[in-house]
Design a protein around this ligand. Sequence first.
Ligand SMILES: [Zn+2]
Length: 253
Amino acid sequence: MLIDAHCHLDDERLIGDEEQVLQKAKEYGVELMVTIGTDEKTSAAAAKIAYRHPGRVFHTIGAHPSDVDRFGESELAEIERLARETHPKAIGEIGLDYYHASDRQKQTAVFERMIRLARGLSLPIVIHDRDAHEDTYRILSDKAMGMKIMMHCYSAGPAFVDRFTELGCLFSIAGPVTFKNGQEHRDAVAKIPMNRLVVETDSPYLTPHPYRGQRNEPAYVKLTAEKIAEVKGVNLEELAQVTTQNARNFFKI
Ligand SMILES: [Zn+2]
């Protein structure tokens, strides 16, 4: 059995097709999934999807760094209310994104505010770090010591594995590990301890090989898991068992 630790089931490419998406996931052995909030709207939608599928779909409440330019006090207060009232399994995705042009100071302020929210609610955090590895590491080591941290779609390569491991992070690996040009991701996976590995799709984005270019969905986490098992030199069953247990412990599911 596999867990897709990070998907966006509220996305319009998936939501209209919800029952078939869940059915196909089951056929691929993906029994559990965590649907991720990115702002006040997608977080509310994620909570609703989780309520429709108790014990099967779980949700988080988040404030995505590339959306910060539109976050005012009322949006952030609404995200905090959803975090208190909808029983999420984590706060996230939150973090830093220097690929998109949104204001970096505001990204930092929102990131730190969401870490405080998670700490206050004793919830783990799911981190988005795109082209911002040094600053993400600095803020986490400064503000999130002792918290449970998952690096979503880990992309900082082998060079950062030791530092994030020391912080206690889990590393969630997505479709790029299967890409022809994904050698850096495979080198990172080779270095990550088994007890820190988790698998995700980030669907509908980042579709693994050989479906790259098509819509991604939770079923395809199996393709990513197969590639990781190959890199680690273990069979798929063992990889599934370990990553599922790691994700269960992290989200308490
Ligand atoms: Zn995501």
